[in-house]
Write a protein that binds this ligand. Sequence first.
Ligand code: SF4
Ligand code: SF4
Length: 71
Amino acid sequence: MKINIDENLCKGCGFCIEICPKHIFKESNNVNKKGYTQPNIVDPDSCIFCKQCELICPEMAISVKKEEEGK
Ligand code: SF4
Ligand code: SF4
């Protein structure tokens, strides 16, 4: 799975970390361009494409695509 967080949009709320059943998002020390702490994406291959992260993100910063679609 191809998971992306738009660093221009993420506000570091951490909702994606809470919601993902596969724990794909992890707290990090990555401060994005806007000064918010953006989660790391770990092990995207475990993603089950439930899209809960996209739905919960208040900034619509997350996109999840199947690899084929991303090509
Ligand atoms: S689509 Fe579901 S499993 Fe995949 S990263 Fe988002 S919340 Fe996690
Ligand atoms: S839910 Fe969206 S805004 Fe909040 S930390 Fe995750 S990617 Fe950033």
